[in-house]
Write a protein that binds this ligand. Structure first.
Ligand SMILES: [Zn+2]
Length: 165
């Protein structure tokens, strides 16, 4: 039912705003913004902030899109510390979300349909002889463990048994 899911998602994103991240990401950012209310951001340099979260102090770089907690780098979404810093800088939170979450990329991902593989009954009839697997003949005795070498191939050679310290 993969094609059904692709079709549903293609239709769903039709009226989404292309300048914003996907709606579930917008919701997540709102939730993180709410969580960030206990943090406090102090600017240390242009685009660089120290964010106080409880007893810990974390460095947030808006220039490199990193936070000391590491969540921003891993998820592609600003963590609560980064959100506090972005808000302190007076910038738009959505600009700091990775392009992975953009509506444009979502639309592109589901733009092309994947058609189902036809059933065997729907295969076209062809006027060709049926190809069967070769007849296997098992020879007497234990099967050889050594590979058969080509006539022009050199022998394997003996392994040295001399042990050197
Ligand atoms: Zn963080």
């Amino acid at each position: 039912m993969c094609m059904v899911r692709l079709s549903t998602r293609r239709q769903r994103c039709n009226n989404w705003n292309e300048d914003e991240p996907c709606p579930n990401i917008v919701k997540r950012i709102k939730m993180l913004t709410f969580e960030s209310r206990t943090c406090k951001a102090y600017q240390s340099d242009e685009g660089e902030y120290e964010v106080k979260d409880g007893k810990s102090m974390l460095h947030v770089s808006l220039n490199r899109k990193t936070c000391l907690c590491g969540a921003w780098q891993i998820s592609g979404l600003p963590c609560k510390h980064a959100i506090r810093a972005i808000l302190a800088a007076g910038l738009n939170l959505h600009q700091f979300c990775s392009t992975w979450f953009s509506v444009q990329n979502y639309k592109q991902a589901y733009a092309n349909p994947i058609h189902s593989v036809p059933n065997f009954d729907h295969c076209p009839e062809i006027d060709m002889p049926t190809i069967l697997p070769p007849v296997m003949k098992r020879s007497i005795g234990r099967p050889s463990r050594q590979r058969k070498r080509a006539p022009d191939e050199p022998d394997k050679g003996k392994r040295s048994t001399t042990v050197q310290c």
